[in-house]
Design a protein around this ligand. Structure first.
Ligand code: ZN
Length: 207
């Protein structure tokens, strides 16, 4: 078994792959032909596992609430696990991830950043960065779904609905422009070791 290779699920087509022991940075999936950035995938998977482990341990904490010393020690263990997760997901963001992974990654970062700011482990600026990305993601999703709705025929009774959707779309467009500027400002003031690809890279507001 030991020299059979390294298992990995292709992030593009979900097929189970067995990678040769020795690979470079990239591996081309034999099912979908897409090029997989291996260090980013391994970092993402490490981060996800640590996050799940941290969440489970965090759930266990509440039974210790009455025993202060035991609680503090257990909480510190949880924080250490989540620190690993936070670092790994950040590593995964060194490259463009597939959308479900990117979105999940941002969600996990928001979660952990909240805990870390309470403990003064990261700056408020860093925590706000992840929250802004989450807000941007939600606004982009809503914008896209409005575009879809507006593209389908509705008949004469749909007139008011359409008006509302158009208004909302304009609001969202303005909000997204502001968010974009805010995120760029925060990025410029952040001390990440390398540029993060944590935003949707090709998203543009449709008509
Ligand atoms: Zn594939």
């Amino acid at each position: 078994m030991a020299d059979e290779g390294v298992p990995l699920t292709c992030p593009y087509c979900d097929q189970e792959l067995i990678l040769p022991k020795q690979t470079g940075q990239y591996y081309t999936c034999e099912y979908c032909d897409k090029r997989i950035d291996l260090p980013a995938q391994f970092a993402f998977n490490r981060g996800l596992e640590a996050f799940k482990e941290g969440q489970a341990a965090y759930q266990g904490l509440k039974y210790l609430k009455k025993k202060r010393a035991a609680y503090d020690a257990a909480e510190l263990t949880v924080v250490r696990i989540l620190e690993k997760a936070y670092f790994s997901i950040q590593q995964a963001f060194a490259t463009d991830l597939v959308e479900p992974q990117r979105a999940l990654g941002v969600e996990m970062m928001v979660n952990m950043a909240q805990l870390f700011t309470k403990r003064d482990m990261i700056s408020g600026l860093e925590a706000s960065y992840w929250s802004l990305l989450m807000v941007e993601h939600t606004a982009q999703d809503e914008y896209d779904s409005l575009c879809q709705k507006l593209a389908s025929p509705l008949g004469i009774l749909g007139f008011l609905k359409r008006m509302r959707w158009r208004l909302r779309k304009r609001q969202l467009k303005r909000a997204l422009d502001n968010l974009n500027q805010n995120i760029k400002r925060v990025e410029a003031n952040m001390a990440f070791a390398y540029p993060l690809h944590a935003r949707k890279s090709h998203w543009k507001p449709g008509d």
